[in-house]
Design a protein around this ligand. Structure first.
Ligand code: ZN
Length: 381
């Protein structure tokens, strides 16, 4: 594991086919190149770390390759491709508008646009976080965007499409990048593990994917952190402890206490969760997600909505069999109202404890009636 290269960089896709989870966009771009209808200006919208800049770079590289293969993959050998491979291409110009918002930055970009490409046919300008430009900078740029030289292509990228003025929107071909699915991110991490000889547990990779919330770049940086810490493996346990995640074991355990009608165990487990530094609301959110999973497992048609491994799905399925969907729905309603009251409540801990006791009573009414009285249970705390 010497010289572990940051995965985000090492595994940055360099062909359209290698881009993760944006098939609709890469197909459209490839078709445009094939038909010779590449737009002059693009607006790439979408959350951070989902492949906007990567696609922009691949586009730049592809349209400049002088020896494009029939599959529209750049050859990797022509002068332009070599320039890209060594990060020395003069055909691509990246500007981060978040840190270069000024008119001066725009003027120097416009100067650059005036010079035709020396190698290849096109110069591609990527302006990242374009919504951050000042109004003056924007206006300076607008003329160039309206009448660009034929060799110039503009790719404007933004995480906040709503902040882009209509003048820009109407001049660009717009692509909406989607959050990448947990499935796709996990599969990508798995590929990296296999290439790098890293041992892994699929559940661990999934938790990383889940936590990344659709952003591949975030997933890769968490993955790097874990691998560089653990040496050469990614286990579920390492991931939940490093990313400080309330793991599903807690919820399986909690739900089985509900079903047994074991109120004291529920309160103790919740106490442990708080001791581990999690807040009550995070816990309630996770509990709702667990109950929702049990509900989804009750119908063949909703099972595909579960974004978990087959292994874990089987465990949800098993627990789901011991409870009815009517009860699960009631339980979810209780969780939901607890979640809503949480922010305004001045007794947050008590609020969650009441929820847990209500759930015990709901799932195991007999044990509840014959068991310890709620007052004595609360008295223990
Ligand atoms: Zn080439």
């Amino acid at each position: 594991m010497e010289d572990f290269v940051v995965s985000a960089r090492k595994y940055r896709p360099d062909t359209f086919d290698a881009v993760v989870g944006q098939a609709a966009i890469t197909t459209t771009l490839k078709n445009a190149i094939k038909n010779g209808h590449v737009a002059q200006s693009f607006l790439f919208c979408g959350p951070r770390g989902v492949g906007k800049t990567t696609c922009a770079r691949i586009l730049a590289r592809t349209i400049n390759c002088t020896n494009l293969g029939p599959d529209l993959e750049p050859c990797g050998e022509c002068e332009s491709c070599q320039g890209f491979l060594h990060n020395a291409s003069q055909n691509i110009y990246e500007l981060d508008a978040a840190s270069n918002r000024s008119v001066e930055a725009m003027r120097s970009l416009i100067e650059h646009v005036r010079i035709p490409p020396q190698v290849g046919k096109y110069k591609v300008y990527i302006i990242d976080e374009v919504h951050m430009l000042t109004t003056e900078a924007f206006n300076t740029f607008l003329k160039t965007l309206e009448e660009p030289p034929a060799y110039a292509k503009f790719i404007l990228a933004t995480t906040e499409k709503n902040k882009i003025i209509p003048t820009i929107l109407s001049r660009c071909q717009i692509f909406d990048f989607k959050r990448i699915s947990i499935e796709d991110i996990a599969a990508h991490l798995k590929k990296i593990c296999e290439k790098e000889g890293i041992t892994y547990e699929e559940e661990g990779l999934r938790v990383i994917a889940q936590k990344a919330d659709g952003g591949l770049r975030d997933a890769l940086s968490m993955f790097d952190q874990i691998v560089s810490f653990s040496g050469n493996s990614v286990t579920y346990k390492q991931v939940v402890s490093m990313l400080n995640i309330l793991d599903y074991e807690t919820y399986f355990q909690m739900a089985s206490f509900f079903l047994e009608g074991n109120a004291p165990a529920c309160l103790n487990l919740f106490n442990q969760v708080l001791d581990n530094g999690f807040d009550g609301q995070t816990f309630v959110e996770g509990l709702s997600a667990h109950l929702r999973a049990l509900l989804l497992m009750q119908d063949q048609q909703t099972i595909p909505l579960m974004e978990v491994s087959a292994n874990l799905q089987a465990r949800y399925g098993e627990q789901s069999r011991s409870v009815s969907s009517v009860l699960l729905l009631q339980a979810l309603e209780l969780c939901n109202s607890c979640d809503q009251q949480y922010r305004i409540s001045s007794h947050k801990r008590l609020l969650v404890e009441i929820l847990l006791l209500q759930l015990v009573r709901l799932f195991a009414p007999a044990a509840w009636a014959g068991g310890e009285a709620p007052a004595s249970v609360l008295g223990e705390r």
